[in-house]
Design a binder for this molecule. Sequence first.
Ligand code: SF4
Length: 237
Amino acid sequence: MSFAEDQLLPISALQHLLFCERQCALIHLERAWADNLYTAEGNSLHAKAHEGKPETRDGERITRGLPLRSLTLGLTGIADIVLWRPPPGQPLKGRTLAEAIRLAPSLAGWSVTPVEYKRGKPKKNDCDKVQLCAQAICLEEMHNIVIPSGQIFYGKDRRRTEVPLEEAIRATTRDAARRFHQMMELGVTPTARHEKKCDTCSLVEICLPQSMERKSAIAFIHQELSSRRAKDVSQDM
Ligand code: SF4
């Protein structure tokens, strides 16, 4: 399946989807947003990563804030940093990336590595890896290359972690993109379920998971009582 340019959705939504489907729907369907300390820190880290001009260090070109898109995933976004290393014997020699790419017959043999900036430390779930993988798939599709791994820079450790982009994480990424498109098409926000992760969610005051759970419990009791009453009436008749 291939999406049209006007059907593309933001890559950043995949991390919301994997964190909590309701959070994803609140942000992307209902346009609700609230910052907390975690999101504010994350935004500032991304802004810093995007700052500055492209540069060449140790024979490697570094681009920042690069626009991306994939028509197969139906996603668009911005890569914080991408590292472009030409194959041996094809040095950059002060050329810009655009010039180097123009002079090369193809990007075959280049090592291209997306680097995603995240606050905190590596997470137990795949949110960050999926976002990185979606960026890599965009770059692969845009430049007809294969990207075997990417990197995530975590603000707490202040170092980059290598992330192999194997089939399992690619499948999770494709599935997340498909589910996100489906959610946007259906236009239904899932109901809340209060879990431990709600304590770190910036939308907790908008979502009100505990009161929603109470409401649905009360609605359930009412429904049960009415159906029992209806049964009793039919037995009396
Ligand atoms: S408060 Fe909990 S249920 Fe509500 S959006 Fe956040 S994580 Fe999801």
